[in-house]
Design a protein around this ligand. Structure first.
Ligand SMILES: Nc1nc2c(ncn2[C@@H]2O[C@H](COP(=O)(O)OP(=O)(O)OP(=O)(O)O)[C@@H](O)[C@H]2O)c(=O)[nH]1
Ligand SMILES: [Mg+2]
Length: 198
């Protein structure tokens, strides 16, 4: 499976799913954006596709509740926006159903996952939830990369201290800092090239 996309030319919403669905069987490679609630998964997708509001975002955690598929370049790939885990104020029932949905997608759905983009808030670093997620990704042999987002909120020194700690906790994974709100076209292209790489 390869991602034969050099540049993102178009992006459109396909559908949201909460369980098994025909879309998982259509053979289109999937790039999944996972991470804690409110870290900027949906914003990172908007930034990569250079659209302000393709994906709905919110300063209230728990915005995304389904697994949302966006077709890139007329269906050469899907960007898959997942709900966030670890949203402390959600009801226990809601928390459980979201965690189950994420684990189902990553572990049991047989989705053709090309790459998982694990997004963190650079300030919060790698939480216990994220470490558990990395364990799952390694167990299932999903290629993944870590994006330490919201780098615009820290200065350079703070960022490099945080980055070092994240790298130590993240095994051999690629880790990059990013800002979905201030990324330049060059920074966006760089992130996409890491996502598309084998
Ligand atoms: N300063 C700053 N704010 C950001 C950045 N990325 C996202 N945000 C803000 O963080 C909030 C959450 O962003 P979302 O993209 O909705 O986060 P999410 O991870 O999709 O959240 P859930 O769908 O709830 O899991 C919004 O208010 C965004 O504007 C960033 O790089 N820098
Ligand atoms: Mg979201």
């Amino acid at each position: 499976m390869a991602l034969i996309i050099k540049k993102i030319n178009s992006a459109e919403f396909k559908k949201g799913i909460v369980g098994t669905d025909v879309i998982l069987g259509d053979g289109v490679p999937e790039v999944a954006f996972v991470g804690r609630s409110n870290v900027g998964k949906s914003s990172t997708i908007n930034s990569l596709v250079n659209r302000k509001d393709l994906v709905k975002t919110s300063n209230k955690p728990g915005k995304t509740t389904e697994i949302n598929f966006f077709a890139i370049n007329n269906g050469k790939a899907y960007f898959v926006d997942l709900p966030g885990y670890g949203y402390a104020e959600a009801s226990p029932k809601k928390k459980e159903s979201i965690e189950k949905l994420i684990l189902w997608y990553l572990m049991y759905s047989d989705a053709p996952i090309y790459k998982v983009v694990l997004i963190l808030d650079v300030k919060a670093g790698l939480t216990a939830f994220d470490a558990e997620m990395i364990r799952v990704l390694r167990e299932k042999d999903h290629p993944y990369l870590i994006v330490a987002n919201k780098a615009d909120k820290l200065n350079q020194k703070e960022t490099s201290t945080k980055l070092r700690a994240i790298k130590e906790a993240a095994h051999e994974a690629t880790v990059i800092t990013y800002s979905a709100t201030t990324a330049t076209p060059k920074e966006r292209d760089h992130l996409f090239s890491l996502i598309a790489a084998d």
